[in-house]
Design a protein around this ligand. Structure first.
Ligand SMILES: [Zn+2]
Length: 312
């Protein structure tokens, strides 16, 4: 039946184009292989320098990247200066980790720590100058068998340091990308999204532990919550949203139903720094082909461009 409709549509198209053969619509699989990607979870960290990131993006047709920081050796603001406005710098991750390593989880709630004071001063300056639009990746609850034991912590989202990040982001219409877990509940996310309505709240890894129905609920009850789909496939050993056989039950439906809320990410971290090409390939091969072409474009880059004001 579907075939008959397809044939009929082609005939109508040929008639409408005055007998000329229509350009064949691009299939999802084809588009998935070639679509430009905005990687909104592209960590820095090992001090490779800008040329490394420029090359890995070019090789993979990742035209925009950033959204998280990740290491003290490559500064996100310097990276933007080198890579240009298609790089989306996020600050705060280095400082959040430095304080955690010095004082443990309790220290993350102390806004008087010198690293945080310096971060907020810098943030006010950079946001005002337009050189930074967000904070990330800020780990709130990463207690999971997938996170290295030495970096795990579970703190309230509504803690003073994190709320100050949201306050600054909100003042400038920016974003905060947080890594938290379903087992902290949905309520704190809903309260923070409601309190800081000008802020895009980005959930790293599409909120680990949450099912498609819970994400649908979050998206239905908010306007400014988004998620990015990094670390969901075979390379990270997670295979929550997709595996080598394709997308998992329920995920295609929620992505299609809330197509304006999903973005892509690779999360080249924690041993996967040198496997960037494979991280992009698995997204192109196993995640994107299940989606209709218009949804592929939204998730791959259109949503990121719209929400972060990135140039084409
Ligand atoms: Zn990450």
């Amino acid at each position: 039946m579907r075939r008959v409709f397809g044939l009929l549509a082609s005939v109508l198209l040929i008639l409408a184009s005055g007998g000329m053969l229509p350009v064949r619509a691009q299939s999802s699989a084809e588009l998935a292989r070639t679509v430009p990607i905005a990687d909104m979870h592209m960590h820095l960290g090992k001090g490779y320098g800008p040329e490394h990131y420029r090359a890995q993006m070019e090789r993979n047709n990742v035209r925009w990247g950033g959204g998280v920081g990740g290491g003290p050796k490559d500064d996100p603001v310097a990276m933007r200066a080198a890579l240009g406005p298609r790089y989306l710098p996020a600050i705060g991750q280095t400082e959040f980790f430095a304080v955690f390593f010095m004082g443990g989880a309790a220290a993350l709630s102390d806004p008087d720590r010198p690293q945080f004071k310096a971060l907020f001063e810098r943030a006010e300056r950079e946001f005002r100058a337009g050189t930074v639009r967000g904070f990330g990746e800020i780990h709130i609850n990463n207690v999971s068998r997938f996170s290295p034991a030495g970096i795990q912590r579970k703190i309230p989202l509504e803690s003073p340091v994190v709320m100050e990040m949201f306050r600054i982001a909100d003042k400038h219409g920016g974003f905060v990308q947080i890594h938290t877990s379903r087992n902290s509940g949905l309520e704190e996310i809903l309260r923070v999204a409601e309190r800081f309505r000008r802020t895009r709240l980005i959930l790293s890894h599409c909120l680990p532990g949450a099912g498609p129905a819970e994400l649908a609920e979050l998206f239905s009850r908010t306007k400014n919550v988004f998620c990015e789909l990094s670390a969901q496939g075979p390379s990270h050993g997670v295979e929550r949203v997709y595996d080598r056989n394709g997308i998992k039950p329920g995920w295609r439906e929620v992505i299609v139903a809330h197509a304006d809320r999903f973005m892509l990410g690779t999360d080249p971290c924690c041993g996967l720094e040198e496997r960037y090409d494979a991280l992009v390939s698995e997204i192109r091969e196993h995640l994107l082909p299940a989606l209709p072409p218009a949804v592929i474009r939204k998730v791959a880059y259109e949503n990121a461009l719209r929400e972060f004001g990135l140039p084409r």
